[in-house]
Design a protein around this ligand. Structure first.
Ligand code: PLP
Length: 399
């Protein structure tokens, strides 16, 4: 990887030590330029004419790039407003077929917004959510999971969905998504993967994972803009799934009294869209593809493990990350100094990071009962100098 070129593409990295890719990354210039170009055109010739003029890029090439990123067909991709909307579109569409007593399986580290949807379908339809068993490293225990499904089947329970976050918001854990997929496919259970933190960081391959659906955002490790994301719907699911909401883009009017559903995943989209943001997403995907996801994963593994080791050596600092495979999210806390105070100290020295509360993964929070944590999320654009700076200032913050 040409780090000098990468950093030259993002001059803002000279002004700040940026450690918040898991929140919302700084985009490289091609992303900004892609958006600015469409905005300029819209200012000159209006939104519709810009759309007609760049139809190939916005309607065809973008979908091909996203498909390449996750190894699916362009017809299996829909672009929507954010990861939560992507997830909700799938979840609430599936819910149309659920009955009282049906079971959803999810993980301890599931994202807080998804938990609200689980509670919502319990209230609306009487669908229960059961937490999958974890192993001693805090990741899904796939053997125990298999036994759990066997027992549920034996008790005549209908498991309608496995919904897990690939990488949670609140720690480094990479869930064994492929192994979960094997179990899901063995029992023919629909599998929805929240890949909000893994896209742009981890080489995600939907065919290898074996998920039916995948949802994500643009703004995190992918380095795209705020305000959009995408979802994957497998061709098999496209044969049957009916969106919970449709407009006349997702379906075509057939006379005045009938409609025909779109054949592709774009049945989950609406007619009106922010095309400048789509151009930004397109540039971000192409940028990641050019660098190569395996290379990105390798470099971020090196940077984050070095940082994690150095933080662990600071007296009274504790690492809070789980899992046998850990990504470029480092969570930690100090025995006495509150995370918010440390974060403020770092921010005053131009180190940008966030704190991680129980809010983002409430079941995990309830189980581990840890204080508020600092969350560092370096990316491939960070270098040794950034890591040294963070460690030096963090030491000073907790002295
Ligand atoms: C694991 C996970 N899922 C979903 C989301 C929601 O993403 P968005 O804010 O784009 O809806 C987040 C955001 O932090 C996340 O970390």
């Amino acid at each position: 990887m040409d780090i000098d070129q990468i950093r030259a593409d993002t001059p803002a990295l000279n002004d700040v030590t940026f450690m918040n890719a898991a929140g919302s990354s700084i985009s490289p210039e091609p992303v900004y330029n892609g958006m600015a170009f469409i905005l300029d055109e819209e200012a000159r010739i209006g939104g519709y004419h810009t759309h007609y003029k760049y139809e190939q890029e916005l309607e065809v090439d973008l979908y091909a790039s996203v498909a390449q990123l996750i190894n699916c067909k362009p017809s299996e991709v829909a672009i929507v407003e954010n990861a939560t909307v992507a997830w909700q579109k799938i979840f609430y569409s599936l819910a149309l077929t659920w009955k009282k007593g049906d079971i959803i399986l999810s993980s301890t580290t599931e994202y807080g917004a998804n938990l609200i949807a689980f509670m919502h379908v319990k209230k609306l339809y009487g669908v229960e959510t059961i937490v999958l068993p974890d192993n001693e490293l805090g990741e899904i225990d796939v053997i125990a999971m298999d036994a759990q499904i066997e027992a549920l089947n034996g008790a005549d329970k209908n498991v309608v969905l496995i919904a897990i976050s690939h990488i949670p918001s609140n720690n480094a854990l990479v869930q064994p998504a492929e192994a979960v997929g094997k179990v899901a496919n063995k029992y023919g259970i629909t599998y929805l993967l929240d890949a909000c933190q893994s896209i742009g960081l981890y080489p995600v391959n939907v065919k290898k994972i074996g998920c039916d659906f995948l949802t994500t955002t643009s703004r995190k490790f992918l380095r795209g803009p705020r305000g959009n994301g995408f979802l994957y719907v497998s061709s098999k699911q496209l044969e049957t799934i009916e969106p919970a909401m449709l407009d006349f883009f997702g379906a075509e009017l057939d006379g005045a009294h009938n409609y025909n559903l779109r054949k592709d995943a774009r049945r989950f989209e609406n007619w009106e869209n922010a095309y400048a943001l789509r151009a930004g997403l397109h540039a971000a995907v192409d940028y990641a593809l050019d660098l190569g996801l395996h290379k990105i994963w390798k470099r971020t593994q090196i940077i984050s493990s070095k940082m994690r080791e150095a933080i662990a050596e600071i007296p009274q600092m504790h690492i809070a990350d789980l899992g046998s495979v850990q990504c470029s999210i480092i969570t930690c806390y100090h025995e006495t100094k509150p995370a918010a105070e440390i974060r403020k100290f770092l921010e005053n020295k131009n180190i940008l990071l966030t704190t991680a509360s129980d809010h983002s993964a409430p079941w995990d929070g309830e189980q581990r009962k840890l204080p508020m944590k600092l969350r560092f999320s370096p990316h491939y654009y960070n270098d040794k100098n950034d890591v040294d700076t963070v460690i030096e200032i963090l030491k000073a913050a907790v002295k």
